[in-house]
Design a protein around this ligand. Sequence first.
Ligand code: IMP
Length: 204
Amino acid sequence: MVLARGTKLVVATHNPGKVVEINDLIRPFGLDAVSAGALGLPVPDETEATFAGNARLKAVAAASTAGLPALSDDSGIEVECLGGAPGVYSADWAGQTRDFALAMKKVADEVTRLQGWTVPGPRANFVSVLCLAVPGRPVQYFEGRVYGHLVWPPRGSKGFGYDAMFQPDGHTLTYGEMEPHAKHATSHRAIAFAKFVDACLRQS
Ligand code: IMP
């Protein structure tokens, strides 16, 4: 499915951090991006146990309500020694108020309880699964992962979510310390987005 320049595309997320990042990634391709929040679309319950399942839920809900192509992202952080937790439940670890200082502390406490905190910190990776839903077409998925390790205490106030406790391999800064363009050059979302571009935008 190729999306021509000028196509209206719903960015099917209510997460302000993701809206900014996805809009930055989409901008060069001339799509007319509008967020689910700006269209007043409801926030669907994320009831699936996989990133792909939740991404599909969000994209299909937005596409069918708006009658437009919709691109969603379901993502999270997986900590190796926690068996991949918090994973699909990354947002839930931040509680109702979406307090990510609290979520990061929960991750650090859980690691410390299990095995103590050594430097460098435990291996972890971010995952992003993008889902494109176009009314009347099969959905398409695009996945990206980035590997690194956790730091404690968190460093940097750029970015969002767990950015300040994640240092990608080959870098000395956390995502919380990097400028947005530096994060976009390496991130899980950018890797997934590049696959979406190859499949759906490059030819237009
Ligand atoms: P969901 O995809 O809406 O379920 O939310 C996933 C959660 O994972 C977000 O609320 C963030 O806390 C976290 N997350 C996903 N991507 C990133 C990222 O690029 N940086 C930091 N945290 C992220």
